[in-house]
Ligand binder design. Structure first.
Ligand SMILES: [Zn+2]
Length: 149
């Protein structure tokens, strides 16, 4: 099913999109994958500009696999394909939200999402009972740039 890698013959990602991407030192952006109708957060993967181009133009989600150092079209080996419904770039260009129709399990372990298996203990906050901290809301609304590497 894999098509030969022929970068020279492939069109490039739209430069207007490319210049809005803030790539990490490995040349990648994080891609959050969400089921379009239920809102389930399915998984997080990584894309380089070419993986994003493929995702935007083929209707199927393609990642860059950091471990295999290769493009990876979700579902080609597992059958658990992700069909693109929409793609959005976040406010500062370093993350993508890809809404999809997920076939079967999103996680390679066989669970529906990557976040089903390992809940951590967390104190549940209650806005009705927590005294307002005047410093907190402003800090929450405007995190310093350093918080978003
Ligand atoms: Zn997973």
């Amino acid at each position: 099913m894999n098509t030969p890698e022929t970068p020279a013959q492939q069109p490039e990602l739209d430069p207007a999109i490319r210049e809005r991407l803030k790539l990490d030192p490995q040349g990648l952006v994080a891609a959050i994958i969400q089921q379009h109708d239920t809102g389930e957060v399915l998984m997080l993967g990584w894309m380089d500009p070419e993986a994003l181009r493929r995702t935007l133009t083929t209707g199927r989600v393609t990642f860059w696999s950091r471990s295999r150092r290769a493009y990876w079209r979700k579902g080609d080996t597992s059958g658990h394909c992700q069909y693109v419904r929409s793609v959005a770039l976040d406010c500062d260009g370093d993350a993508l939200l890809v809404r999809v129709e997920q076939i079967g399990a999103a996680c390679h372990t066989g669970t529906r999402t990557c976040f089903d298996a390992d809940p951590l203990p967390a104190v549940v906050g209650d806005p009705q009972q927590t005294p307002a901290d005047p410093a907190a809301p402003a800090a929450d609304r405007q995190p310093p740039k350093e918080d978003r590497p």
